[in-house]
Design a protein around this ligand. Structure first.
Ligand code: BG6
Length: 519
């Protein structure tokens, strides 16, 4: 290459402004003109997550000028009243600082339609509102309908969206539906629900939210596994002894009886969040990160995943009783308002799974989750086998545990590697040490909230982080036997709030000669 070659100005036609190059995947993509209609707009999800996420996206410059948000609920609110509600939730829960100019611009596109789901006239008004937004506010016919409502209400809302033509795609505009879990309460009801939704919206217009997939640390599982050479050679049954996936919460269920009673920990979080974590940990490398390739690999690993039996020994369930959360005395589930004192709903669940593939044959996956546990932590621990031979006296390795790689999903996001190291001194003594990667110290960038990421992806039509129908159905297929077994026998075992679950959970893993990590 001659020196002059370096300095020759690039021809105009080959020069691309990197800020405008849609092929540059590092740049944040900005949603095109569109609107979001939220059903269930008076609920907690909307107030604490969706509205703040919309504002944060606007604040980061990721929403277009032609953007609108319409609330639909029974309240007798005007657009102005609804805007006040949105403003309050932004002030209470947004993650980015409040900027009056951003809010003023957003507020111009805020609308409210009052009515119930079976009220044809209300849906006709919604149709007129959306048409007016397209004409006057530049939303260009592109609309997402967010069903932040119980699944029993999906059929009637979907029918209304079909009747009014609001669900109809056009050549020049899109319509999408966003649905929140629970996607049914077993395989049969999930299939029915999917049929109802798919009758109105084609599968590629359906976005099922599993907010764990919107978390940075969860997406990082893919980077950790597939961007590095270090881990893949040992990511299999030759080296891995078992995998523990823990999602522990310190909060109780006060105020959530309406949703949680009769649902329980398996349906609430194992069916979705924890099985998605298992799928990302256990899947093979996708040929690309295209939505089909990524989701196809998750489907494969889920279809190879099965409960290990006998279920009395390989599963455990519990229900929190009164206890101490730090220095605070807290009530048990039976004293929480809205829960039946006879309630059999489990607030803790642990199960044992196997993944019948060449990579994972013989490696148990232990999943556990619970409310009112010792502390809030979600992690995936890949625990390795002992070295086949230790050239040390037993006394030298008394404090050596198993090597482990722990993906810390939250809080304190990062990755820990645990291995043995020589204790300084004249004797050879080996003790476990950890090596840490922590988001807080390695990056200056902050992570967006999961809902921010997922909402933006809905508006961009980017479906990779949304489970497909098949994943949902496979997850129920895996779990239905344990739900049936528990419904037919026994009751959850009590555990005092602030502890790590019922003794049955320790016994469950103990039978295999292993023990739970104390995160
Ligand atoms: C939700 C469950 O999906 O996830 C809740 O319904 C749970 O019961 C919540 O508390 C936990 O989410 P996060 O992001 O705080 O781990």
């Amino acid at each position: 290459m001659t020196g002059s070659g370096w300095h020759r100005p690039r021809a105009a036609e080959t020069w691309r402004n990197p800020l405008r190059d849609p092929r540059d995947k590092r740049l944040p993509h900005i949603a095109g003109p569109c609107g979001v209609t939220i059903f269930g707009v008076t609920g907690d999800l909307s107030r604490k997550k969706l509205m703040p996420a919309i504002y944060d996206l606007a604040n980061r410059g990721l929403l277009p000028p032609g953007f609108a948000v319409t609330g639909f609920a029974r309240r007798d609110w005007s657009d102005q009243d609804f805007a006040e509600v949105v403003l309050q939730s932004v002030r209470d829960y947004a993650r980015t600082p409040f900027r009056q100019d951003v809010w003023d611009r957003l507020a111009e596109g805020v609308r409210f339609v009052s009515g119930s789901f079976d009220d044809d006239a209300a849906f006709d008004r919604l149709t007129d509102t959306i048409a007016a937004l397209d004409r006057m506010h530049g939303t260009s016919g592109n609309h997402a309908f967010y069903l932040a409502i119980p699944p029993e209400a999906f059929p009637v809302v979907c029918k209304q969206l079909a009747r009014t033509g609001l669900a109809e795609h056009g050549d020049a505009h899109w319509r999408r539906v966003v649905i929140e879990k629970p996607f049914g309460h077993d395989l049969h009801s999930a299939r029915e629900l999917n049929e109802v939704v798919n009758e109105v919206f084609p599968e590629d217009s359906v976005f099922r939210i599993d907010h764990y997939l919107g978390k940075e640390t969860v997406q990082n599982i893919l980077a950790l596994r597939f961007a590095n050479q270090l881990f893949d050679p040992i990511w299999n049954s030759h080296y891995v002894d078992h995998v523990q996936i823990t999602m522990a919460e310190d909060i109780g269920l006060g105020g959530r009886a309406g949703y949680y009673e009769g649902i329980g920990a398996v349906r609430d979080v194992i069916q979705n969040h924890l099985l998605q974590l298992l799928a990302l940990t256990g899947m093979e490398e996708p040929v690309s990160f295209s939505p089909d390739a990524l989701r196809g690999e998750k489907v494969k690993v889920l279809s190879a995943t099965k409960l290990v039996g006998p279920l009395d020994e390989t599963t455990a369930r519990g229900q929190y009783s009164a206890g101490w959360q730090g220095s605070q005395q807290v009530a048990g589930l039976h004293q929480e308002q809205g829960f039946d004192p006879e309630s059999r709903t489990e607030t803790f669940a642990a199960i044992t799974l196997q993944v019948d593939t060449r990579r994972w044959g013989g490696v148990p996956f232990f999943l556990r989750t619970g409310k009112r546990l010792g502390r809030r932590v979600t992690e995936i621990a890949v625990v390795f086998k002992r070295a086949p031979h230790l050239p040390f006296d037993d006394t030298m390795t008394e404090e050596l545990g198993e090597n482990a790689l722990v993906i810390r999903v939250q809080p304190d996001e990062g990755v820990t590697m645990r291995f043995g190291s020589k204790v300084p001194g004249t004797a050879m003594e080996v003790r476990d040490v950890t090596m840490d990667f922590s988001y807080g110290t390695s990056f200056t960038e902050t992570s967006p909230d999961a809902y921010e990421r997922l909402l933006l992806d809905v508006l961009l039509g980017e479906p990779s982080l949304f489970p497909v129908n098949e994943e949902v159905e496979l997850s129920w297929q895996i779990l239905d036997p344990v739900l049936e077994h528990w419904a037919a026998t026994g009751t959850p075992e009590p555990y005092p709030a602030g502890t790590w679950g019922p003794p049955a959970a320790d016994a469950m893993i103990g039978r295999t000669g292993r023990s739970w990590r104390r995160p």
